[in-house]
Design a protein around this ligand. Sequence first.
Ligand SMILES: [Fe+2]
Ligand SMILES: [Fe+2]
Length: 272
Amino acid sequence: MRTIVHLSDLHFGRIDEAVIPPIIAQIHDIAPDLIVVSGDLTQRARSEQFRQARQFLDALPQPQIIVPGNHDIPLFNVVARFFSPLTKYRRHITPQLQPTFIDEEIAVIGINTARSLTIKDGRVNDRQIEIARRELSTLGDHVVKIIVTHHPFDLPPGPRHHDLVGKALPAMRAFAICGADMLLAGHVHASSAVSSAGRYDIQGYSALVVQAGTATSTRSRGESNSFNVLRVEAHRIVVERMSWQAEQGLFAPAAAQTFTQRGNAWSQTVTP
Ligand SMILES: [Fe+2]
Ligand SMILES: [Fe+2]
């Protein structure tokens, strides 16, 4: 079994300082095999905000798989936005925009969905889909295959369709072919874990689609700060949400969902 801590939407520049020491200490206690950060490390893509994000990442265990979000592209500096959108991200966070972690039990591929041409929206492109498909196709069935993006492939109920990642359907069809098991994302600052079968009707295939809320920012949109702990083994994944309890000054387990796989379809196991 592998334990993954899934953080998202850190938004350095607009963080709640009170959560930083506890989240670092609690993640060390969890002792994950891997940390995933699904984008929006900063609020406005400023150098100082990236430096603070880097300091935070350095205080957490390794290895880490990180992808950028729309907030990691400069908004107001138009020249930087279009000609060097991820220069600071690459300098401070990682030069790797399609990071990969593969061991005997899990394979995790990060895909950059942040784009200069839109303020908030994001998309995957054919090249990224093909690289992920090729990489995952070579792996055996016992390896749990995980894709990380900032923009999500599914959303909690509500009228926010524009938040879905662009080109989601062709990507899902490619993921069906290579057997991607789980899709991790952020962006909407709301936690959820669902089977993709509710949104994508692909014969015999569904993935587990997991969103993390915002781990550290005050842009909480009604949900307190949170992160996910994923216990991953072949054909079974438990998604646990850790939720910030301000009075106690710690993150406490808030909900746990178990998903199992039959054939190529993941669905939630409902305990009676
Ligand atoms: Fe965000
Ligand atoms: Fe975002």
